[in-house]
Design a protein around this ligand. Sequence first.
Ligand SMILES: Nc1nc2c(ncn2[C@@H]2O[C@H](COP(=O)(O)OP(=O)(O)OP(=O)(O)O)[C@@H](O)[C@H]2O)c(=O)[nH]1
Ligand SMILES: [Mg+2]
Length: 339
Amino acid sequence: MGDEELEAWAGLGREPAFAIVGLGGAGGDAVQDLIGLGSPGVRTFAVNTDQHHLVRMPVEQRILIGERRLRGRGSGGDRSIVLEAAQDSSEEILRRLARFEIVFLLAGLGGGTGSALLPYLASELRKTEALPIPVAFLPFEVELESNPERRANVDGALADLEKLGGLLLALSNEKLRRFDALPLHRVFQVRNAYVHSLVTSLVDMIEHPSQINVDLASLKSHLAESGLSTLLYGEYHISDPERLVQQALSEGLLDFALDTSPSALLHLDGGSNLSLRTLDRVVQAVRSRLGEPRRLLLGTRVRPEPREVVRLTAVIGGLRSRSLARTPRSLEPVIRSVG
Ligand SMILES: Nc1nc2c(ncn2[C@@H]2O[C@H](COP(=O)(O)OP(=O)(O)OP(=O)(O)O)[C@@H](O)[C@H]2O)c(=O)[nH]1
Ligand SMILES: [Mg+2]
């Protein structure tokens, strides 16, 4: 077998199966940070109505929409104009995105562009083979006070995303208040580093076969049974699996409340010292925090060498509808300092 054939056989050198797409200003800024943190094997895109913002995006493909009516100057908060523009450009956008297995869509809610594109593209991609994962950044409360248009954009986009069901990551800027002494761009970097961990851990889980394997098909069928779900991530020293679970389940920036009997997909990534006992303790700790899951799917990836740190990626299903803008109950999100 020649080198080329070997490579093809091993699936190396093939087109990346994952894409991250920044929608609007905040979504584009977040993708830019993710690229800075390293995104090998992931294709990068930006879609915007704002040409000036779009041209400075360091992504592989830029897509300007609504040029005829908006002249490349942004939507000024008008969600319905952007929705029309998105429908006009829909075929072109989907042609580029639908060939990926997983498409992460990132947007800040409140403006016109991100609030329109996030639910629209998530719902259009749902009709294809691709699995869209919307990541919504919720604005600071002070941005919405006395601004009913912005609030309507946030509420409208969230309602559409909840109706769609499936995986949804909603990260609230309010949860960043503990960093209020830092410059604002640094605060967003902390959040984007957390998003980077979520994206890379999910990509790793799907991309690399594990001892107890979780592939794309099992993720999709788990999601189909789980209602509105979210993704969580934590890492901790192997000696303390309970702390690892606490890290993943309560130290996110995610903003939601859970049903009484959630479903859980748990994937552990560790070294050759990862024992069955550690796995049991993780499952036990999840049970004691969330209650008995109505559906539990387990996966592990064990590297050849021993590792001090174990990573836990969790897909938790059964988020309560209309919960995203309210104070969470079961999980109390605080932020882990990143970097
Ligand atoms: N610029 C920026 N805004 C953020 C970020 N994270 C959350 N946001 C919020 O995202 C919301 C949406 O703002 P933009 O992304 O600028 O709006 P847009 O989607 O480009 O929409 P229009 O400019 O109105 O067409 C704002 O209210 C911010 O609070 C971030 O990292 N950068
Ligand atoms: Mg904008």
